[in-house]
Design a protein around this ligand. Structure first.
Ligand SMILES: [Zn+2]
Length: 103
């Protein structure tokens, strides 16, 4: 298995899982944070992740995810969600105020 996507928001990971499965890629969203209380482990370990079952589909999966996220990020859209940290950002901003991610 290979991780192709990480999200601070487990719901987002669930979306991505569905998108990949619709594209015919065997993918599973894995919820992290099961290993002890938050704060005891690095933030990355708390993130949900999406893995593909077949490593040779990882590249295809990443392309599908990118396409999906770009479609979501309509420049004129009202609010958008930072795919890196999961913050809700107002439509007029192109950069996440929280983590600096550029959509
Ligand atoms: Zn962010």
């Amino acid at each position: 298995m290979k991780t192709v996507y990480t999200a601070a928001d487990p719901i987002m990971a669930g979306f991505i899982e569905g998108v990949l499965q619709n594209a015919g890629i065997q993918a599973h969203a894995m919820q992290a944070g099961l290993y002890g209380a938050a704060g005891e482990i690095p933030p990355n370990e708390c993130w949900a992740r999406v893995v593909v079952v077949h490593e040779n589909q990882a590249e295809q999966a990443r392309a599908v995810i990118k396409e999906y996220l770009e479609a979501e990020a309509d420049p004129q859209a009202k609010a958008w969600k930072c795919p890196r940290c999961g913050e809700q950002i107002e439509g007029q901003f192109t950069q996440c105020w929280s983590c600096g991610y550029e959509r």
